[in-house]
Design a protein around this ligand. Structure first.
Ligand SMILES: NC(=O)c1ccc[n+]([C@@H]2O[C@H](COP(=O)([O-])OP(=O)(O)OC[C@H]3O[C@@H](n4cnc5c(N)ncnc54)[C@H](OP(=O)(O)O)[C@@H]3O)[C@@H](O)[C@H]2O)c1
Length: 326
């Protein structure tokens, strides 16, 4: 098929198609008539005339650079890549190196804009994967390639880790008071729509775009309230002090110097502590606080409806990956 036969005549390079958000983005792009050229290390399941895939290890810079002579003309590039583990080495290999290879490819074949799926938590970076994401954001901004950097709050799936347990009569676990952190969760469909809109909105170019789902912001305790209400059961919660992560981390410190595995375990504990204590909302640097009102909202899907569907039909496509605890 050549581009002139395409419903809208445009092709988009998409990385991360096999991931949670990447799948929604691929479907949204095709529904808008884009031809999707998927780049990834394993085959995606999409079946469409508008879908083509190239199997390539995006962490192999040379393999990605070699694609430049064989790719069809593409109008833009969308990266939905993410480190599966958040481990230190994997974080830099995926969040930075792989995205950097995509950026070089985009420059070689004059493809723009570059739409990057990032995360709202990088506004207060403390973790290795956040530093890697920020380093790539900076590189993209400095590249001269038109970009939109989309920094979403928590995904619905990241708030689904306890549905099964609660359904089976267990307590909903929360950290500290259960009200220390909040977020404006966003569905995969709504986020895909927002990302794809960036392609046609030059007013979103060269901007960093924090984005949440429809408000208001919701705490862990409020998530539990929704779940128990939908189940028609009395609230049953267990509160865990977030300092737990720091204590275990401290105990492991002397042993992690010579062990990459233990160093990663300590990083996972730091990730746990971060999400237990930091909100996924816009950070107001001046007032040193998270600001729910100023956190932009998009979409119409509600967490309560998502919970209802998962309670009735199970998690299905919303595999939790590394997010079982949250
Ligand atoms: N979870 C949240 O609530 C949340 C909130 C805000 C932002 N984010 C960010 O959103 C992004 C996407 O999240 P997600 O849940 O959709 O992630 P995901 O399901 O883990 O998908 C990640 C994608 O990256 C690909 N990938 C990972 N390592 C790779 C490698 N070495 N080479 C090639 N491809 C590789 C995966 O391919 P394979 O299928 O081959 O592994 C997959 O397609 C991440 O950057 C995440 O930090 C997440």
């Amino acid at each position: 098929m050549n581009t002139a036969q395409m419903p809208n005549g445009k092709s988009v390079l998409l990385a991360g198609t096999t991931g949670y958000i990447g799948r929604y983005v691929a479907r949204e792009l095709m529904s808008r008539g884009y031809r999707v050229i998927s780049l990834g290390r394993r085959a995606a399941q999409e079946q469409s005339e508008l879908f083509e895939q190239i199997i390539v290890d995006l962490c192999d810079a040379k393999a990605v650079a070699d694609l430049k002579n064989s790719l069809p003309e593409c109008s833009s590039i969308v990266s939905c890549l993410g480190s599966k583990t958040g481990g230190r080495r994997d974080a830099w290999a995926v969040e930075y190196d792989a995205n950097q290879s995509l950026l070089s490819l985009a420059q070689d074949i004059s493809t723009a804009p570059f739409i990057l799926l990032s995360a709202i938590c990088v506004q207060k970076p403390r973790l290795e994967f956040q530093f890697a994401k920020r380093a790539f954001e900076d590189s993209l901004i400095a590249s001269g390639v038109p970009y939109s950097i989309v920094r979403p709050t928590a995904y619905f799936k990241s708030l689904a880790g306890q549905i099964d347990n609660v359904k089976r009569g267990k307590a909903f676990m929360m950290f500290d008071t259960g009200n220390r952190t909040a977020c404006k969760p966003i569905s995969g469909e709504d986020l895909a729509e927002f990302l794809c809109d960036c392609l046609d909105h030059p007013d979103r170019f060269n901007r960093v775009l924090p984005i949440g789902g429809p408000g208001p912001a919701i705490t862990s305790e409020e998530q539990a309230e929704i779940l128990f209400r939908l189940l028609g059961k009395p609230m049953k919660t267990r509160k865990i002090p977030s300092v737990f992560f720091q204590i275990v981390n401290g105990l492991l410190a002397p042993f992690s110097v010579f062990s990459e595995r233990l160093a990663d375990t300590r990083e996972f504990l730091r990730i746990g502590h971060y999400y237990a204590t930091e909100s996924m909302l816009l950070w107001d640097e001046k007032n040193k606080t998270y600001n729910p009102q100023k956190t932009p909202e998009f979409g119409s899907d509600r967490l309560e409806t998502f919970y209802q569907i998962v309670l009735e039909t199970g998690l299905q496509d919303h595999d939790l990956g590394a997010h079982k605890l949250f």
